[in-house]
Design a protein around this ligand. Structure first.
Ligand code: TMP
Length: 250
């Protein structure tokens, strides 16, 4: 699958067309940005690590009946994906209060939420990806109300699967961001990536609020050892085999 023209260059990935119009190629970069690209840097090996982590998690989700855009990994930092029309929404699921939820509500960092919280943000860099109300989302026609309900259900299902999986890795899934797209049949597919760039992941074997951080917050907050944290997530994720549904444990 040879890459052709660049279709889109984002902050962490480049999207290429391929010879097959139904298939795109994603190149994962080592570049890192935070705070709407006001902070810029590079995390050595991030592209390959995020590609491998995302691929493993997409395959896990597929075995659990979640349709994703994932097709394959032709190279360590490259992923082939189904061509979808990305919905301009960032779907954030939170299990524990952190980040902007604490800043905007005053909830203390680390408070376990009674129920997972699903939030929709407008994927629009010029506007700074603002938090949406349902009425604003519908006003802007970013999705239909049926699609919003489907996204919410899928987000909660994915949260359950990933929380269980990361739990087996000794990692707490604090919160994470998902993006979805529509295929030719208008079916909703999980897209983008799931990686330490897009999740808050806390090491269960550390209670220290800085040491436990295994995600991009190490970069955002200048906590150091960013590559080591990503590497730990990679190793722990890849060490958990994907069990095809219905297949008995040997
Ligand atoms: P937040 O607490 O800053 O709103 O972030 C919530 C989750 O979303 C966190 O796991 C990090 C992820 N995220 C992204 O993937 N991209 C972004 O641009 C932002 C702001 C957050």
């Amino acid at each position: 699958m040879s890459p052709n023209s660049i279709l889109y260059e984002g902050k962490a990935k480049i999207l290429y067309a391929t010879d097959d119009p139904a298939v795109l190629l994603t190149h994962f970069k080592d570049d890192a940005t935070a705070f709407n690209a006001q902070k810029r840097g590079s995390i050595a090996g991030k592209g390959e690590m995020n590609c491998a982590i995302s691929s493993h998690l997409f395959q896990l989700l597929e075995t659990k009946g979640i349709a994703t855009h994932w097709l394959g990994c032709p190279a360590p930092n490259q992923m082939t994906v189904r061509s979808v029309k990305i919905l301009p929404l960032e779907v954030v699921i939170r299990n524990i209060a952190a980040g902007s939820l604490c800043q905007q509500t005053g909830l203390p960092l680390g408070q376990v939420l009674k129920e997972p919280l699903v939030e929709f943000y407008y994927k629009n860099d010029a506007l700074g990806d603002p938090l949406l109300t349902l009425d604003r989302l519908l006003l802007l026609e970013l999705a239909t109300s049926a699609q919003v309900e489907e996204l919410r259900q899928k987000a909660l299902q994915i949260n359950q699967i990933l929380s269980d999986f990361f739990g087996k890795c000794g990692i707490t899934l604090v919160d994470f961001k998902l993006e979805f797209g529509l295929d030719q049949q208008q079916s909703i597919l999980l897209a983008d990536e799931i990686s330490p760039d897009t999740c808050r992941l806390w090491n269960q074997s550390s209670a220290d609020p800085e040491q436990r951080v295994l995600d991009k917050d190490r970069f955002r907050r200048d906590l150091g050892n960013v590559e080591d944290a990503y590497r730990q997530v990679l190793e722990r994720v890849l060490a958990q085999p994907i069990q095809p549904e219905g297949e008995a444990m040997l």
